[in-house]
Design a protein around this ligand. Structure first.
Ligand code: GRF
Length: 201
C-alpha cells in the first residue's frame, strides 16, 4: 500500500511541468494558456514582459502569477538567472517582440517556442509583427493565412516549425478580418499545441 502511494507521487512529479511566458502586448494568448492549464499539472511559473503597459501584467496579477520586467540590461543577466533557477520545461513567446539573446537560446536549447501570425516562412522576419503581417498578407492577395508555432533560434521566425494551422481568406476580407480569423486560430490551437509539446518531452 505504502509502495503504491510512493509510485503515484513519483508519477505526478514526472508529469509536473513548468512554463514561463514572455509577452509584450494585450496578453490574450497568455490568458488562454493560463485558463487551459488551470486544472492541469502545469504551472505558469513566471510571466515576463518588456512593456510596463502590457495588458499581460494585469492578467498575471489577476492570476497571482509572478512577473518580471525585462530591460536591455537585465535580459542576459538577472533574467537568465531567474530562468535557470526556475528551470522551465518550456519558455513560451506569446507576442514578445524582442529578439531572444543567443545566450538564452543556447541555455534552453529546443525549449523556447514562439507563435507567429502567418504561415511561415511567408511574412516573417524583423518588423513582421501584428498588423504589418496581416496587411502584407492582404497586399499579396493570399488565399490563406494562419499561425505557425515554431522553436526559436537566433534568427527572427526561422526556427524549426512545430505546427501550422490555416484559414481561408476570401476576396472581400480586409486586413482586420484576416487578423480576426488568425486570432481565432491562436486562441483555439496555441495552448493545445503547448500541451502536446509538454506531453512529448
Ligand atoms: C499575436 O497575434 C501573436 O501571434 C503575435 O503577437 C500577438 C500577441 O497578441 N506573435 P496577444 O498579446 O496575445 O493578444
Amino acid at each position: 500500500m505504502v509502495i503504491k502511494k510512493q509510485e503515484e507521487v513519483a508519477k505526478n512529479i514526472r508529469k509536473m511541468s513548468k512554463i514561463i511566458i514572455l509577452a509584450s502586448g494585450t496578453g490574450s494568448n497568455a490568458n488562454k494558456i493560463i485558463q487551459h492549464f488551470e486544472n492541469n499539472n502545469v504551472e505558469i511559473s513566471l510571466i515576463a514582459t518588456n512593456n510596463k503597459n502590457a495588458g499581460v501584467i494585469t492578467i498575471a496579477n489577476e492570476n497571482k502569477i509572478p512577473t518580471f520586467f525585462i530591460n536591455r540590461e537585465n535580459f542576459e543577466s538577472d533574467f537568465l538567472e531567474n530562468l535557470k533557477n526556475i528551470n522551465p520545461d518550456l519558455i513560451v513567446l506569446a507576442g514578445f517582440l524582442w529578439k531572444i539573446p543567443v545566450k538564452i537560446i543556447n541555455t534552453f536549447n529546443n525549449k523556447i517556442i514562439n507563435i507567429h501570425p502567418s504561415l511561415l516562412p511567408k511574412f516573417g522576419g524583423k518588423g513582421m509583427y501584428g498588423h504589418f503581417v496581416h496587411e502584407s498578407v492582404y497586399n499579396s492577395k493570399e488565399k490563406e493565412s494562419g499561425i505557425t508555432i515554431h522553436y526559436v533560434n537566433e534568427n527572427y521566425d526561422e526556427g524549426q516549425i512545430i505546427k501550422q494551422f490555416k484559414v481561408d481568406i476570401s476576396s472581400n476580407d480586409t486586413p482586420i478580418d484576416i487578423e480576426s480569423k488568425v486570432r481565432k486560430l491562436e486562441i483555439e490551437y496555441f495552448a493545445k499545441t503547448i500541451e502536446e509539446i509538454l506531453k512529448n518531452k
